[in-house]
Ligand binder design. Structure first.
Ligand code: PMP
Length: 394
């Protein structure tokens, strides 16, 4: 029977990683795959994660199933981290999921269950997995303008114009912070405009927050998510712990569904548990337990926050260094956007041909749409990248 299957498109990022591995040049630079790397090119296990794992190893005396929605203590800890006290706790239904991707997938399925003809508005561009999961589920996608290729910031007017087409029963997918793949983000006045539009159109927001703590800090990065959640009647939030806890392979995420009033909470909660049951039954627990252990222990939490700040500041330092180096070489401010962008990524805003030239002539690997992983750089490689960018004429 399987002869009827069609070849599926290969993942472009994984293909690029393969090419990078096979490149014999020792000067090559990998700005492709989206994982944090320190100055030595390693993705370390965070100190608090190691300590929490040891604690779990010592204290855990059973591996029996948790609940269908995961351990409620994980949901409590993550709701506090993402939402603070923005909404009453009894309006938030939540389920642990395998990574942020699992949360995104379950959110789309919940939307489809509730409204089979819902359209999902997505930024152009967005994380490619949003598009491929939506396509796979047969959900209609409506792109909205987002990246301004001239300023390399957000085309806010275009975005708002496009989002006016949404109506009640549609979903507007927003990146809570550190937009992937562009690095360009809304300011707080612009977020207020989006909230006004959400209330006017009646569309439901879905917020994907995968980089809390990588942009301007844990609270600052959650500010837009909190404000939206507090302002609209209903909203979905897909949170990932992969990046900010550095536990990529543990597959740790949380889907939150916020209802207009507590009476709607139980239906949302049972729907989330039902969706987990249909897809994989109980969600993975190890990563969730690490996160819960850290967030519920003052000393571990303080150490995790300190290390996350080191990570965040390292990326900001690289951004500033790169922008300054390019200003020096080009004699202009046209690369200033690199210091304005936030999170792990920046879209350089150049052509696939120039991206190809950077790879062929300089051994610099970035995604074809010119997305660079800033964390792939270090103090020594920033000047090499800057020179190469000038050399290919970006
Ligand atoms: N959303 C966005 C925008 C992302 O960039 C990512 C990570 N690449 C995720 C969700 C989910 O990541 P994970 O499943 O690894 O937690």
């Amino acid at each position: 029977m399987f002869e009827t299957l069609k070849e599926q498109p290969a993942d472009k990022i994984l293909m690029l990683m393969q090419m990078y591995r096979e490149d014999p040049r020792d000067t090559k630079i990998d700005l492709g795959v989206g994982v944090y790397k320190d100055a030595t090119g390693l993705t370390p296990v965070m100190r608090a994660v190691k300590a929490a794992e040891q604690k779990i190893w010592e204290d855990q005396n059973t591996k029996v199933y948790t609940g269908l929605a995961g351990d409620p203590a994980f949901a409590d800890a993550m709701i506090e981290l993402v939402l603070g006290d923005a909404v009453p706790r009894d309006t938030v239904a939540a389920a642990a999921t395998p990574g942020g991707t699992g949360a995104v997938r379950q959110a789309f399925e919940m939307i489809q269950m509730a409204k089979p003809d819902a359209r999902v508005f997505v930024s152009d561009p967005t994380w490619p997995n949003h598009l491929s999961i939506l396509k796979y589920l047969g959900i209609e996608v409506v792109p909205y303008r987002y990246f301004d290729n001239e300023t390399r910031g957000v085309d806010f007017d275009g975005m708002m114009e496009d989002l006016k087409q949404a109506h009640a029963g549609d979903v507007i997918l927003l990146h809570g912070c550190c937009h992937n793949p562009t690095g360009a983000n809304l300011n707080s006045t612009e977020w207020d405009g989006v909230i006004k539009l959400l209330l006017e159109t009646g569309a439901t927001p879905m917020i994907d927050i995968a980089y809390q703590g990588f942009g301007d800090g844990l609270d600052a990065d959650a500010a837009a998510t909190r404000k939206i959640a507090a302002s609209v009647p209903e909203c979905l939030i897909a949170a990932s712990c992969s990046k900010n806890f550095g536990i990529y392979r543990e597959r740790t995420g949380l889907l939150m569904a916020i209802a207009s009033d507590p009476a709607r909470h139980d239906l949302n909660q049972s729907t989330l548990a039902f969706l987990n049951r249909q897809n994989y039954s109980f969600p993975p627990d190890h990563g969730a337990r690490i996160v819960t252990t850290i967030l519920n222990d003052d000393a571990l939490k303080a150490d995790w926050m300190a290390e996350l700040e080191e990570v965040r500041n390292a990326m900001l330092g690289l951004r500033t260094q790169l922008a300054e180096e390019l200003q020096r070489l080009s004699g202009s401010d046209r690369f200033g956007f690199l210091a304005q962008h936030r999170g792990m990524f920046s879209r350089l805003g150049t052509t696939p041909e120039k991206v190809e030239a950077l790879r062929k002539e300089h051994g610099i690997y970035m995604i074809g749409d010119s997305r660079m992983n800033i964390a792939g750089l270090n103090e020594l490689t920033v000047p090499i990248l800057a020179k190469a960018i000038m050399d290919v004429g970006v």
